[in-house]
Design a protein around this ligand. Structure first.
Ligand SMILES: Nc1ncnc2c1ncn2[C@@H]1O[C@H](COP(=O)(O)OP(=O)(O)OP(=O)(O)O)[C@@H](O)[C@H]1O
Length: 243
C-alpha cells in the first residue's frame, strides 16, 4: 500500500434488511490523515454504513477495504478505534476498571497501560473521575469515556459514531482540537454527525440521505457546487429540495 492509498475504500456497497434497502450503492474513499464526516439526518443510514466500514457487519453487495484488507477481518480491530453510538461500557465498574479491561483486550500492559489511561482520560477531561463507577457518570461523561477507550490503543484509524452528542460546547471544542491534533500526527478519522457546524470542521464530507450518498467533497466545494451559502442549504440542494 502506498502512502496516498485510501485508508477506507467502499465500492458499490449496499445493505438490505429483508426487503428494505438501507444503503444503496455507496462508493467512497477516506484518505490518510483526514477527518471525513458522514453527514445525514436520523435514520439516513450512517450507523449502518459505519458498521460495514469497520467490519462489524457485512454488506449485502459490494466490497469494503480498510488499509487495503477486505473487510470484515477481525484482526483489523487492532488498527481501528471504534466509538459506537450507544456506549458499550460496564456500568457496575469504575472508569479505570473499564479502561483496564479494554487495555488488556488490546494487549496493553504494565506501566504503558497506566500512562496511556491517564493520557486519554486527560484528553476527554475525565482525569478526576477515574475511580468513579460508570453508573454514576452523566450521559456526556459516558460518551467521553467511550471516546477515551477508542483512543486507548492509538489506532491509526478512528471511527466515531456521533462522538460529541451530549457534550457541552467548551469540551466539544477541545475534543475537536484533539481530533485535529491526531490528524496532524497521521491518524485518519471517520465520524458521523447531523450537526452542521461540526460538518464544517471536517476536511471532507459525505452527505447521506435515505441510504444514498448525495455528494462527497470539502465543505467549501460542496457549498460552491450547489451554488449555496451554507452546508445546510447545500445538503437540501443535493437532496433534491429547494434551499
Ligand atoms: N438490524 C436492522 N434491521 C432492520 N432495520 C434496521 C436495522 N438496523 C438499522 N435499520 C434501519 O436502517 C435505517 C438506518 O438506520 P441507521 O441507524 O443506520 O441510521 P442513522 O443515520 O445512523 O440514524 P441516527 O442518526 O438516528 O443514528 C433506519 O431506518 C433503521 O430503522
Amino acid at each position: 500500500m502506498n502512502n496516498s492509498a485510501p485508508i477506507v475504500q467502499a465500492s458499490h456497497v449496499s445493505k438490505s434488511f429483508g426487503k428494505k434497502t438501507i444503503l444503496d450503492d455507496i462508493s467512497l474513499s477516506v484518505l490518510p490523515a483526514e477527518t471525513f464526516g458522514l453527514l445525514g439526518p436520523s435514520g439516513s443510514g450512517k450507523t449502518t454504513l459505519v458498521k460495514l466500514l469497520t467490519g462489524i457487519d457485512e454488506g449485502s453487495k459490494g466490497e469494503v477495504k480498510v488499509f487495503g484488507t477486505v473487510m470484515p477481518k477481525l484482526s483489523m480491530m487492532q488498527k481501528i478505534g471504534y466509538m459506537a453510538q450507544s456506549d458499550a461500557l460496564y456500568n457496575e465498574l469504575s472508569a479505570l476498571e473499564n479502561m483496564q479491561l479494554f487495555a488488556s483486550l488490546y494487549g496493553i500492559k504494565g506501566p504503558v497501560r497506566k500512562k496511556r489511561i491517564h493520557e486519554v482520560m486527560d484528553i476527554v477531561a475525565l482525569g478526576p473521575h477515574l475511580n468513579k463507577r460508570v453508573d454514576q457518570y452523566s450521559g456526556g461523561m459516558k460518551r467521553r469515556l467511550s471516546l477515551a477507550i477508542a483512543l486507548l490503543h492509538e489506532p491509526p484509524l478512528l471511527v466515531l459514531d456521533e462522538p460529541t452528542v451530549g457534550i457541552d460546547p467548551l469540551l466539544r471544542q477541545s475534543i475537536w482540537n484533539e481530533l485535529k491534533a491526531l490528524n496532524a500526527k497521521g491518524t485518519t478519522i471517520l465520524l458521523t454527525t447531523h450537526v452542521m457546524d461540526e460538518a464544517n470542521k471536517c476536511d471532507r464530507l459525505g452527505m447521506i440521505r435515505d441510504g444514498k450518498l448525495l455528494g462527497v467533497g470539502t465543505p467549501e466545494a460542496l457549498i460552491e457546487l450547489a451554488g449555496q451559502q451554507t452546508i445546510e442549504e447545500a445538503f437540501i440542494y443535493y437532496g433534491g429540495g429547494q434551499a
